[in-house]
Write a new protein. Structure first.
Length: 145
C-alpha cells in the first residue's frame, strides 16, 4: 500500500531515505530517527517505523526487536548527550496511525517534571526546531548511536 501521499510519517520516511529530510539523525533498516519538530525538551527525538503499520504487535517479531533496539540506541544517545532527569518513551499513534515513538527527555527545571510530557503542549510551538538546531542535535546524537 502506498501511503506516501496521505500519511505525514510516510512522507518523513520517504524524505529521510532519499537524504532529503532536514531533521534526520539516522536511517536504519526498519526505522528512521528524527530530531523532534520542537525542542521544548532539549533533545526531543522520534523513531518512525519505515513501514506504514499501525501497531508494533502487527510487525514480525524480528522487526519488533530491531525497532526496539533502534529505540534503545536513540534513548541511550539522548541520555548521554543531554543528561536528563528521566526519559519518557511514548508510542500513542492516536493522531497519526503510523508506528512511531517519542523519546522525550525530562528535566528537573521544568514547571512540573512529574507531569506527562504534553502538559505544556501549547508552548511547543514557541520552540520549533530550526534547521540549524536540527543539525546540531542530530550531530550530537549521532556520536552515540
Ligand atoms: Zn505512514
Amino acid at each position: 500500500m502506498d501511503h506516501f501521499a496521505t500519511c505525514p510519517l510516510c512522507g518523513d520516511v520517504k524524505a529521510a531515505t532519499e537524504s532529503n529530510h532536514d531533521r534526520i539523525i539516522a536511517v536504519n533498516e526498519h526505522s528512521i530517527l528524527l530530531v523532534g519538530d520542537h525542542q521544548f525538551f532539549s533533545g526531543y527525538s522520534m523513531l518512525v517505523a519505515r513501514t506504514h503499520v499501525r501497531e508494533m504487535h502487527d510487525l514480525p517479531q524480528a522487526v519488533q526487536q530491531a525497532i526496539f533496539a533502534d529505540l534503545m540506541r536513540l534513548g541511550r544517545a539522548v541520555a548521554e548527550v543531554y543528561q536528563p532527569l528521566k526519559i519518557n518513551y511514548a508510542s500513542l499513534g492516536n493522531v497519526v496511525e503510523h508506528l512511531h515513538w517519542h523519546v522525550i527527555p525530562r528535566y528537573s527545571d521544568e514547571t512540573d517534571p512529574k507531569s506527562h510530557p504534553w502538559a505544556e503542549a501549547a508552548d511547543f510551538q514557541n520552540h520549533k526546531t530550526t534547521p540549524e538546531a536540527a543539525r546540531r542535535v542530530a550531530a550530537a546524537l549521532q556520536k552515540y548511536l
